[in-house]
Design a protein around this ligand. Structure first.
Ligand code: IVH
Length: 685
């Protein structure tokens, strides 16, 4: 291959041309990311001038290379590629599903069949948790994500590429692995899921907004992926684990274990896995995972056993649409039967009136349950619940208990009547357009709403005013002494000295607690205000981003959406809060009483933790976990619930378990509590 050597501007040698092509490809990928952020998410990452520079550089290089420019190059396209959300996409290779085993006998039969077919061959199984989410197929062309589609019928799925791109666990470009040449087309399969934490936060927001909560993290993940607006998907915080490959996958590995390591090397998050060579070992792993299940940050509904070796998998083949080489061993559903004593109608902080089942106490998944929300009148009717009926109650992992449905349903069922007036204050109820929930129209004149608002304000994660308990709040509201959150700081508590449970000491302590609460962090203060859709995590992001209350109050929708985790709905709710005169009046009264949230100092970006993703695991002796998380956020770190390839640092306290082992396995830096305290500036030395 003797060609004349060319200069840098004259890409004549093969190496020059290769490096030129590589730079072009990486510029195209970079520009596509910027197009996506600009056109789809309305959240540009760089100023227009910088974007123009990148585009011009790409144009120059494409000219230098002198080859035909493909139609999908950012120099040819204006804006983002045409919207194709939910268009049908045929998978390169069909996605199979798994047969289920519900008991040990069925697993033994599975193992026996395999041994019968394979004869006298030594082989091992890989054990993986079965994630309760939804399968997607990711198509990479020349290492770049081109199409992401849902499983669909296994052969054809729906295009969800724009939404998939909001998931941080999914690389847009695959990393290079030494000694592995990527196939032109590679399909990566895995599960999109929602963590327990994100699920709880989402349902809290749904409930507050009077929208129907999601029954489980799987439905929530599916609903979030099928959004027309990718910004909404992004605000839902989805995750992804890779567990397999389709087209092009044979190039990566000869077995499942190595495959998962290769996928990890390409930039995907993978789960912890084990090897086993006998059914008894499979059962041991099954039991171990069953025990770990409640602590996992995401829902699993069983474990999957897979024959490791691909050649053996091939020999075993598939029956119908399930492979013979794999099976899902499901955990028993934690469902029990109990009786509904009453149906109560509860009025929440924002006036939403929710039916609640008051049940005969019963143990589900190791916890006594006697109350469960029935969400709204429609749900109540769908489940055919009435007072005195028997119901099936389920509790999955640490997810809130749920009434699945009534059993032995009577013919001619008619649902209990929904209240026409607020059960607490008697004000008329109303329904917002497009909402199923009914609401009390009493606003803060409704004692139930006011009490809930006050309880939230003083709660531990919010202003943390110890001594301001539920009973005291109830009496203060009932006696007409407390009419708004600002009133908390304006009351003369000495008039309560002779109230039951009060006394001098209590009143003094209460004053001390009120005093201390004058200077809470901005994040806590924002959370305490009870702005619709602003939970703890959102409040922390807002505080971090804006630094001061006035900056937040002045931010327009565009500026709000630029904050991670904030979608259009949340932005609108924040705008509406700060545009209401009575809210401003309450804020002014709070300030007048000396409440002054601590403004976030501009985080020094040279702090070692700045921009780092950290995981806290185990228990800490000197600092409560919630406090540590808040302080880490203030330093610009991102505390997350689970260890993945994206984790930078694991901070391990006492009795750290599976997260610590996983961090070690992944080679992530592990530090102890002393180091944490030092970083937070809290150590004695
Ligand atoms: S492997 C041929 N591994 O379970 C094997 N699936 O019931 C294909 N799932 O559609 C799937 N965790 O959505 C595999 N570790 C795991 C899994 C897993 C969850 C889901 C997946 C699949 C369904 C089959």
């Amino acid at each position: 291959m003797s060609r004349p050597t060319g200069s840098r501007d004259d890409p004549d040698t093969l190496t020059d041309r290769t490096s030129l092509s590589q730079e072009i490809e990486s510029l195209r990928a970079e520009l596509r990311q910027h197009n996506y952020r600009y056109y789809i998410l309305d959240d540009p990452a760089i100023p227009d001038s910088e974007y123009d520079q990148l585009l011009r550089r790409l144009e120059t290089l494409e000219q230098q290379l002198g080859e035909a420019v493909p139609d999908d190059s950012p120099t040819r396209l204006v804006g983002a590629p045409p919207g194709h959300t939910f268009a049908e996409r045929k998978h390169g290779e069909a996605l199979l599903s798994l047969a289920n085993a519900f008991n040990e006998d069925e697993v033994e039969a599975f193992d026996r069949r395999i041994r019968d077919i394979l004869g006298d061959v030594d082989f091992s199984y890989i054990v993986e948790p079965k994630i309760d989410g939804l399968a997607v197929n990711l198509r990479y062309e020349n290492g770049t994500l081109s199409v992401a589609a849902t499983r669909g019928d296994g052969r054809v799925g729906e295009d969800v590429t724009d939404n998939i791109r909001t998931i941080a666990d999914i690389p847009w470009r695959l990393a290079q692995i030494d000694g592995v040449s990527l196939p032109e087309v590679l399909e990566v399969r895995g599960e999109v899921y929602m963590s327990k934490e994100a699920f709880a936060a989402l349902n809290e927001r749904q409930q507050e907004a009077g929208d129907k909560p999601f029954a489980n993290p799987r439905n929530a993940a599916a609903g979030s992926l099928r959004q027309l607006d990718a910004r909404v998907t992004r605000s839902r915080r989805l995750n992804f684990f890779a567990y397999g490959v389709g087209l092009g996958g044979e190039n990566l590995s000869t077995g499942q274990l190595k495959l998962l390591h290769a996928l990890y090397g390409l930039g995907f998050a993978i789960q912890q896995l084990e090897q086993a060579t006998s059914v008894n070992q499979l059962f041991e792993h099954y039991r171990a995972w069953q025990e770990k299940r409640p602590e996992l940050p995401y829902e699993i509904d069983g474990v999957v056993y897979k024959v490791d070796d691909f050649a053996l998998q091939q020999r075993l083949g598939a029956v119908a649409r399930s492979p013979r080489w794999a099976i899902a061993h499901k955990f028993p559903a934690e469902e029990v039967v109990t009786t509904v004593k009453h149906i109560l109608w509860q009025v929440g902080r924002t006036g939403v009136i929710t039916p609640v089942a008051d049940m005969q106490p019963v143990a589900v998944g190791g916890v006594m349950v006697s109350r469960a929300t029935l969400h709204n009148a429609e749900e109540l009717a769908r489940k055919q619940v009435y007072e005195g009926c028997r119901v099936l109650v389920r509790r999955a992992g640490d997810v809130i208990p749920e009434v699945l449905r009534a059993i032995d349903i009577e013919a001619g069922y008619s649902p209990p009547e929904t209240p026409q007036a607020c059960p607490v204050c008697g004000a008329a109820v109303f329904r917002l357009q497009d909402e199923v929930a009914i609401r009390c129209s009493g606003g803060l004149s409704c004692p139930a709403q006011l009490k809930e608002r006050l309880r939230h304000f003083v709660s531990r994660g919010a202003m943390d005013i110890e001594g301001m308990g539920e009973k005291l709040i109830a009496r203060l509201v009932d006696e007409g002494l407390l009419r708004s959150i600002a009133g908390i700081y304006e009351l003369d508590y000495t008039q309560m000295l002779d109230w039951p449970g009060m006394g001098e000491k209590k009143v003094n302590n209460l004053y001390a607690a009120l005093d201390a609460s004058h200077r809470r962090t901005l994040a806590r203060f924002l959370f305490a205000l009870g702005v619709r859709h602003v939970g703890q995590a959102t409040a922390a992001s807002l505080a971090q981003h804006f630094g001061t209350l006035s900056a937040l109050a002045e931010a327009d929708a565009e500026a709000l959406i630029a904050v991670p985790d904030i979608g259009p709905e949340v932005a609108a709710s924040i705008r509406s809060f700060f545009s209401e005169a009575h809210n401003i009046e309450v804020l002014e009264r709070l300030f007048a009483a000396g409440v002054m949230p601590l403004e976030v100092e501009q985080v020094a970006s040279d702090h070692v933790l700045h921009g780092k993703t950290v995981v806290l695991t185990g228990s800490f002796e000197h600092i409560p976990r919630r406090v540590a998380q808040e302080k880490l956020r203030q330093l610009g770190a991102r505390p997350v619930g689970s260890v993945s390839a994206k984790t930078d640092i694991a901070i391990a306290g006492e009795k750290a378990g599976s997260k610590l082992s996983k961090a070690r396995e992944l080679g992530i830096d592990v530090v102890d509590e002393a180091k944490l305290l030092e970083w937070l500036g809290l150590s004695d030395s």
